[in-house]
Structure formats: C-alpha cells, structure tokens
Ligand binder design. Structure first.
Ligand code: PMP
Length: 286
C-alpha cells in the first residue's frame, strides 16, 4: 500500500482524509504539479515548483510550504514508496472553511490543503508508445481562458481523452480559431524541413516545464525553433510531430485525424530530441 502525504502527515493511502467541504472537491479550486522520477531522482524539479508558485499567485492562494520542505516531501515519498521510475503528484487547494460558499475564505483563518502521492511506472523512459508513436484526433478547445494556470479543472481534457479512445486513438489535440493550442495534457509540436514549430507561450496554453527543457535542448543542438500556432492541415503535412509532458517526455505523434506522418513511424528528429532530453534531464535530476 502506498504512503501518501496530507497536510503534514505521512499516512497509508486508505487513511488519508480531507474534508467534504474542501474547495478542491467542491469547486475545483486548486492547482497541481506532476514531477517525473527516473532512477529515484526528480526531473526538472525547480521548474515545477516555480510554476506551482506562479499558479498559486495567479489565484491569490498562499504557499502551503517552503521550497525546501516541498522538496523533502517529494524525496520522502519517493523513498518510502520505493519509486525507481514514476511520478509524484502534488495538489494544493484553497482548503475548507467548513461550508460551501463562492467567495474565497480568508487565507489567515483557512489553511490550504496540501496532498502528495506517488505513482510507480517502472521503465517509464522506455515506454512502448515512445517506440511506435501515438495517434491523435483533433477536437475543439472549449476550455476556459486561463490555461496557463495548472488548475485541477480537468473534466474537458478527460472527455477529450475518451473521445480519442472511442476513435481508436491515444490522445486529442485541441483546436481554437483554427489553430492547435496544445494536447489534452501536453504541449504540441510539428517539424517541417528541420524546423521545430510550437505555439508561443500565452494564457492559451500551459507553460510546459518539459517544453522549456526540450526547447533548450533543441537550441543547444543547433535546431531551428519557430514559436507560432499551426493548423491541423499544416500538421498533417509536416515531416514529424510530437508532444511533451512530464510523464510522456518527448512522445512521437505518427497520425493526426487519420493522416499518417513519416509513414506512420517515429521520425529521426523526434527520436533524437527524446534521447537528448532524457540525457540532459538526468544530469539535473535531484
Ligand atoms: N499542457 C497541458 C494542458 C498539460 O496538462 C500538461 C501536463 N500537465 C502540459 C501541457 C505539459 O506540461 P509539463 O511538461 O510541465 O508536464
């Protein structure tokens, strides 16, 4: 049984409890982070904590703990649960003031709720999907306008994954005003004539920590990067495509709305990027 963390305590998962009045539960009034673990070490951890702070600031939520304490909790859980490869999930909500009210409770009297747990994924860096690539469909992006904040409002992304599954695919790319914003839980990219094309940062997408690291790697490898939006048609005519996230790293996309890319197999640039990213991120793992 897993050991999880809830508001200062390490507990068996079946004994961990939060209030039914918690605003995360009632109003999706909470933010989260997912950090991957490879070889027992945290990948891109400072980036995840920095984004967590930004999400909290944007929502006028207080920080539940200091950076060092959060790092310690992550490490404790990795150790206690014997995680070699996997994920650490962290969620902060605005807590519970013992009732349901749209107005935010006073942070001086209502403490945030802090929950962390691990997910074990042995061999995550060699996931079978990364060898064969994934298929995506496109769906309309009907999410709210602050996708730069990593909130726990994940119903539409869940619905998108189900739509993809129903269509015999793995994931969905979201389209707004004719252009791809991002994937349901990842950032989207295409490659044409050696150039990596991905939407620029704005409130329209989550500022992926893996995105930042992968673009840094690409730059160091002298690859050309173009930060701009692209259509599904352009993506279907691209040489290669991929997405990035903390749990999937660099994932080749080999089919978009039924159209195969690179004859339906992961292309050379995507494979190289994945290798470089994994190599580089292991160097800074803590
Ligand atoms: N976009 C969305 C909508 C996501 O949910 C995620 C993963 N949390 C990402 C992008 C990728 O972000 P990261 O690389 O930080 O995991």
């Amino acid at each position: 049984m897993r050991t999880v963390y809830v508001n200062g305590d390490y507990l068996p998962e079946t004994e961990a409890k939060i209030s039914i009045f918690d605003r995360g539960f009632l109003m999706a009034d909470g933010v989260y982070e997912v950090t991957s673990v490879l070889g027992g070490k945290l990948i891109d951890f400072p980036g995840h904590l920095k984004r967590l702070e930004r999400s909290l600031d944007e929502l006028d939520m207080v920080k539940p703990a200091a950076f060092d304490d959060l790092l310690d909790i992550h490490r404790d859980l990795v150790r206690m649960n014997d995680i070699h490869d996997g994920l650490v999930y962290l969620q902060v909500t605005r807590g519970s003031d013992g009732d349901r009210d749209f107005a935010f409770p006073d942070p001086k009297t209502t403490a945030p709720t802090l929950v962390l747990f691990t997910q074990s994924k042995p061999g995550m860096a060699n996931a079978p999907a990364s060898k064969v690539g994934v298929k995506v469909i496109s769906i309309e992006d009907i999410r709210w306008g602050r996708r730069d904040i990593k909130t726990v409002q994940l119903l539409y992304p869940s619905m998108g994954k189900m739509m993809a599954k129903k269509a015999g695919c793995d994931d969905a790319w979201l389209v707004e005003d004719g252009k791809v914003t991002e994937g349901t839980s990842n950032n989207a990219y295409i490659i044409k004539n050696g150039r990596i094309i991905t939407r620029a940062l704005s409130n329209d997408i989550l500022h992926g920590i893996t995105r930042a690291a992968v673009l840094r790697c690409a730059q160091e490898a002298q690859m050309e990067i173009e930060e701009r939006a692209f259509t599904i048609e352009e993506a279907q005519g691209a040489d290669e495509a991929f997405f990035t996230s903390a749990s999937a790293f660099v994932m080749p996309v080999v089919e978009i709305d039924g159209v195969s890319l690179n004859n339906g197999v992961p292309g050379p640039i995507v494979q190289r990027l994945r290798e470089i990213y994994l190599e580089e991120s292991l160097k800074t793992a803590i």
